[in-house]
Ligand binder design. Structure first.
Ligand SMILES: [Zn+2]
Length: 229
């Protein structure tokens, strides 16, 4: 059984035809390996049949480096958790490809992870908006801001409801920068100091937790990575 993120059809679950026979092609079905495949789907069926699997781009290099290896299961679990099944998601496909390409080019794992999370949560509608208050439209560059999970969005202190989470100025600026820029540009500009990245991580964690009610299973590997460095 495979979970595929497809260019045009979003997340698709498929049974691999002749899986036993193809077991020797294990490398093709490794996490976040890009493949070309023919999918057959009967009307009314949730499960597709996958045939003619061919390698397009391996993620082997990322899987064999400790810093990026821990990101792969987390990225895969995030995509299959936050994207609805069988709904076209071309932006999410481009996001995943851009993330993997940037990591291969040596982008730091923490900045890359925050970039991916911020964009995926935005695409999932859980962290929309930019640098204006999601309730009254005021520019948030001055005065305090908070994340309101009910809306959802970032609002000024004046519009915040009880239980909302404070968002510090540097975090808001980094979030704005992530929305305006490609990951490779952020890497070139050396965007996001360690403290802002850590604070952004807490905010994004909170956004996920308020929506899911729990943290993703694979996230603990990232904690290990942070603690270990
Ligand atoms: Zn406001």
């Amino acid at each position: 059984m495979l979970t595929l993120l497809t260019r045009d059809g979003g997340v698709v679950r498929a049974a691999l035809r002749g899986a036993r026979r193809r077991f020797r092609h294990g490398a093709l079905i490794e996490l976040l390996t890009e493949v070309s495949v023919t999918l057959f789907q009967k009307e009314g069926s949730d499960l597709a049949r996958a045939d003619g699997l061919e390698l397009v781009r391996s993620a082997f290099g990322l899987a064999s480096r400790a810093e990026t290896a821990m990101l792969l299961p987390y990225v895969a679990e995030s995509l299959s958790t936050f994207l609805p099944e069988a709904e076209s998601a071309p932006e999410a496909y481009r996001l995943a490809r851009h993330l993997l390409d940037s990591l291969e080019a040596g982008a730091p794992a923490d900045l890359s992870a925050r970039y991916f999370e911020a964009w995926l949560l935005r695409l999932a509608g859980l962290l929309p908006g930019g640098t204006e208050c999601a309730a009254c439209g005021r520019d948030l560059s001055t005065g305090g801001a908070r994340f309101d999970a009910q809306l959802p969005g970032v609002v000024g202190n004046e519009c915040a409801s009880p239980g909302s989470v404070p968002v510090a100025g540097p975090v808001l600026r980094l979030l704005g920068d992530i929305r305006r820029s490609r990951l490779d540009d952020l890497v070139r500009r050396n965007a996001g100091d360690a403290a802002s990245l850590r604070a952004l991580e807490s905010l994004l964690r909170e956004v996920r937790r308020r929506f899911l009610g729990h943290e993703l299973k694979s996230h603990r590997f990232l904690d290990t990575l942070t603690t270990g460095s």
